[in-house]
Design a protein around this ligand. Structure first.
Ligand code: HEM
Length: 404
């Protein structure tokens, strides 16, 4: 794009309020923003000023993969945002640019590849079998979130991290406090410090370990001066917390399957299509509210004929990109035969989610176990009575009352 074709006319700033949406309803404000044009300006409930928003698939991939947009620069700016508390830590993986970001991510990469995840599939399957057996033994009705969708991802992420089974509960409590906004910033900071101290200990103990869990990989990386202990601890905390995202995502996944028995029936009848069906559900599920972390333009950049000035903040919406009709025909339709399906539910560019393979493996195991062992699984309440999380960044059912 040449300089001359860039417009200086700024689109209006749209206020994007925090909405407590239910089910898998697509955010109506985002629908409006997508309709308004490929690049708009938004103001979110917290922080200051306005930021750009891109919603088309190609633009989302451009912004997230172009080094002219920096994450590190967000550290020093009170950018308009959804989250009430913003306590970014210098050196945290979400706020680094390459090459430091690459160096940090490399230290744990092996644990999150398809091979790394495969290593714990069988153990994960057995842990899930136990949880589902207990559920069946206790009998209906039950809350699927409390009995399976919450404990299972915690057990799996602890396994991958190398956290002993006896400490799972501790990890879960800290995670809840860190992620919750209702207890206040102090409580969440304290929990983060405590989890950090725990991991500093664990990583320290594993400096000479050649095991493949994340704490051992980090121990080795610290031992070889590839990352500092502080960086390693910060990363361990984020990975541990991130692990619980699967509870909310699979909560939405099962909400879809339980409210669309036709889809569940097809998955029971054709188990071979489950992996591709899960990809389609991942594309469709509105994983989060509004948008996540912004990026800052380090120089003037033209996008869709609009000049983004150096210093401007910009957001991408992966949710919107997943509904771009140029890439996903009939984007509102859940189509298990969709091919290709290059969704960006796990992000794009250097900050793409490290947990993508792990989340897929967990959702495959959950679909197998729950559909096959509970052929009559259904909601125990009408769909509109399922309680959904309020005031949250990540969307999902608070409880999923089921019977069978
Ligand atoms: C279905 C479940 C999940 C979804 C939909 C999801 C989605 C995402 C998205 C969209 C991003 C942001 C990309 C960006 O900043 O541009 C992200 C980042 C991240 N996720 Fe996930 N995630 C999931 C599960 C997990 C799991 C299981 C873990 C832990 C192992 C995890 C850990 C992280 C971390 C640490 C980051 C920051 C990466 C970075 O900035 O380099 N997530 N995730």
């Amino acid at each position: 794009m040449t300089e001359e074709t860039l417009t200086e006319i700024l689109p209006p700033i749209r206020h994007w309020p925090a909405l407590d949406l239910s089910g898998v309803e697509f955010d109506p404000v985002l629908t409006e923003l997508m309709r308004e044009g490929p690049i708009t300006r938004i103001q979110l409930p917290n922080g200051e000023g306005w930021a750009w928003l891109v919603t088309r698939y190609e633009d989302v991939r451009t912004v997230t993969n172009d080094p002219r947009f920096s994450r590190e620069a967000v550290m020093d700016r009170p950018v308009t945002r959804l989250a009430p508390h913003f306590i970014p830590e210098r050196g945290a993986v979400g706020f680094l640019d390459p090459p430091d970001h690459t160096r940090l991510r490399r230290s744990v990469a092996a644990a999150f590849t398809a091979k790394g995840v495969e290593r714990i599939r069988e153990r994960s399957r057995r842990m899930l079998e136990e949880l589902v057996s207990e559920l069946i033994q206790d009998g209906p009705p039950a809350d699927l979130t409390a009995t399976v969708l919450s404990p299972f991802p915690i057990a799996v992420i602890c396994e991958l991290m190398g956290v002993p089974a006896g400490d799972r509960h501790l990890m879960h409590t800290w995670t809840q406090l860190i992620l919750s906004s209702s207890h206040g910033a102090d409580v969440s900071e304290k929990a983060k410090k405590e989890m950090g101290a725990y991991f500093a200990d664990l990583i320290g103990q594993r400096e000479n370990s050649s095991a493949e869990d994340v704490a051992s990989l980090l121990g080795a990386a610290v031992g070889q001066d590839e990352v500092t202990l502080q960086e390693a601890v910060g990363l361990a905390v984020l990975l541990q917390i991130g692990g619980e995202a699967v509870t909310n995502n699979s909560g939405q996944l099962f909400y879809v399957l339980l409210t669309r028995p036709d889809l569940a029936e097809r998955l029971r009848a054709e188990p071979e299509i489950r992996p591709q069906a899960i990809e389609e559900l991942l594309r469709y599920i509105p994983h989060r509210n509004a948008v996540g972390l912004s990026r800052i333009a380090m120089e003037d950049v033209g996008i869709q004929g609009v000049r983004i000035r150096a210093g401007d903040a910009i957001y991408v919406s992966y949710l919107a990109a997943n509904r771009d009709p140029d890439v996903f025909p009939y984007p509102e339709t859940i189509d298990f035969d969709r091919s290709p399906n290059p969704h960006v539910s796990f992000g794009f560019g250097p900050h793409y989610c490290p947990g993508g393979m792990l989340a897929r493996m967990e959702e495959q195991l959950l679909v197998d176990a729950l559909l096959d062992r509970l052929p009559r699984l259904r909601l125990a309440v009408p769909p509109e009575k399922v309680p959904f999380r309020k005031g949250a960044l990540i969307r999902g059912p608070e409880a999923l009352p089921v019977t069978w």
